[in-house]
Design a protein around this ligand. Structure first.
Ligand SMILES: *Cc1c(COP(=O)(O)O)cnc(C)c1O
Length: 506
């Protein structure tokens, strides 16, 4: 990134970087980013570094004297970039594929430039009001009713934490906000219900909120990995009889392993019958509801008390941005508002001060990037891109289904495929066959990832080691999808030929 004629030390004795130096390097960095994004396919998706390798190349002491931007940018290219796993790579299919889109990146740049703290309306009027407006747009795109009000948090984990805190605030007589939970024999133990496929963030929230891991009851799922509502109701009845205080249900639309969708309407019936808070974790799959033909995935969510959707997952917004919607915003405020004198403003009665609705005081101007993303692509453009990802996932599922040496292990309602290699001429079943398949598929995962040409991740379903391919990056094309499939077939055949025990050979 360096050029010989550039200024050396970018700063004087006092003050910030010189404005002209800023301009020079600003232009250069934008050029670098534009090239990076255009050519990101040339990088190995998964970082090819050993633990400690990046750290070893960096000085242990901070610099005493100012350093030139040129030397900083040189190190960026030489040390940092090779140590990155490229989430913005078009063949990134691990976890959930995400995108730092062009408008999103520019939004982040402006966010840093303004550097406003959106804790109070007064400290950032436009940031506060844009957050309200943009979350209103997203709510409409998702087909949720206006009774839902929104707030942006960093991640779905934190959104769900706030949902569960609001649910706890609703427990009559618990008064946890004032009295805490420990050492109070008069308060029954609280119990939260979620499926055994729910995200780990739900259990972490329970840990954080004093509900504890034992306070989370994991409900079994059906053959398609969806929470079983009958088992849920039985569990609630059982717990009530045993002296627990059920207080919250967390349903998932798009579970993390298989993207299964819990039956929210039936779960909402139960939540209403027992007076429990219903939170819906739709971190990844919620974005699909901006497609008219996929709206049904949020069926019943209008009856939930809260729901989280992550635009930083499948709505092309750079990490982090999690949209949290709540029908009981007053309860959220009751759980978290605490206003010391120095944060009082004369507008308090007329405006929304977002600091009142969460743990953190300081808040980034995250709404800006989402506003720029939605305006740049439009609702239709965003929907077309998600539709394309879903279509491609369907195609991969067909390839797997049609291939004798692969099998699919879960339905594909969105853009994520769970599958494994299973050579057709292996014996049927048996623990030793399953052990071999686990080993084969783990080796397959590492082999394709080691090529640097794709990156997939894994999960376990019914004890089996399962490969996951999640499509969701804006720069992904059919070529990248075909590449992943070709690599999988090639390496599965090779590894099976190398590793299969002799007594199972034809
Ligand atoms: C990814 C994911 C999360 C966690 O999201 P963060 O924003 O990283 O906290 C939670 N729930 C589900 C269903 C997810 O897919």
């Amino acid at each position: 990134m360096s050029e010989t004629h550039s200024p050396g030390t970018p700063v004087g004795e006092f003050g910030d970087m010189d404005p002209e130096v800023f301009r020079t390097y600003g232009h250069r960095i934008i050029d670098w980013i534009a090239d990076y994004l255009a050519e990101v396919d040339r990088y190995p998706v998964l970082a090819e570094v050993a633990p400690g390798q990046v750290r070893q190349q960096l000085p242990l002491q901070p610099p005493d004297e100012p350093e030139s931007m040129d030397s900083i940018l040189d190190d960026l290219e030489k040390i940092i970039v090779p140590g990155l796993t490229h989430w913005n790579h078009p063949a990134f299919f691990a976890y959930f594929a995400i995108t730092g889109s062009g408008p999103g990146i520019l939004g982040e740049l402006l966010c840093a430039a303004f550097n406003v703290n959106a804790m109070l309306w007064k400290t950032a009027p436009a940031a506060t009001e844009l957050e309200e407006v943009v979350l209103g747009w997203l709510r409409q795109m998702l087909g949720l009713p206006p009774s839902f009000q929104g707030i942006i948090y960093d991640t779905a984990s934190i959104s769900s934490l706030h949902a569960i805190a609001a649910a706890r605030e609703m427990v009559p007589g618990a008064e946890v906000r004032e009295k805490g939970l420990a050492g109070r024999p008069e308060v029954p133990r609280l119990r939260l219900y979620t499926s055994e496929q729910a995200h780990s963030s739900i259990e972490k929230a329970a840990i954080t909120l004093g509900v504890g891991q034992e306070g989370v009851r994991k409900i079994p799922v059906d053959e398609a990995f969806r929470l079983d509502p009958r088992a849920l109701e039985r569990a609630i009845e059982e717990d009530r009889a045993a002296g627990w205080r059920p207080f919250c249900i967390v349903a998932t639309v798009g579970t993390t392993s298989t993207t299964s969708v819990d039956p929210v309407p039936a779960i909402a019936d139960i939540a209403e019958r027992y007076g429990l808070w219903l939170h819906v974790d739709a971190a990844y799959a919620g974005s699909a509801a901006i497609l008219p033909e996929m709206r049904r995935v949020l069926d019943g969510c209008d009856r939930a008390d809260s729901i989280v959707v992550n635009p930083h997952k499948w709505l092309f917004t750079p990490i982090d941005l999690s949209a949290f919607y709540c029908r009981r915003f007053d309860v959220l405020r009751r759980a978290f508002s605490l206003v010391p004198e120095y944060l009082r403003t004369v507008e308090d009665e007329q405006v929304r001060n977002y600091m009142d609705y969460g743990v953190q005081l300081g808040r980034r101007f995250r709404a800006l990037k989402l506003w720029m993303v939605i305006r740049t692509f439009g609702h239709k453009g965003l929907a077309a891109r998600i539709r394309q990802h879903i279509r491609w996932a369907g195609r991969v599922a067909q390839w797997i289904d049609a291939h004798p040496d692969f099998e699919r292990l879960a339905p594909v309602p969105f853009s994520t495929i769970c599958f494994r290699a299973r050579p057709h001429d292996l014996p049927d079943g048996g623990d030793d066959v399953e052990a071999y398949l686990d080993e084969l598929n783990e080796a397959l995962l590492h082999a394709v990832n080691r090529t640097g040409r794709v990156y997939l991740s894994h999960t376990r379903l019914r004890g089996m080691f399962v490969l996951r391919m999640a499509i969701g990056n804006l720069r992904t094309t059919e070529e990248h999808i075909a590449r992943a499939w070709a690599l999988l077939k090639e390496h599965a055949a090779r590894l099976d030929a190398e590793r299969r025990p002799a007594h199972w050979r034809a």
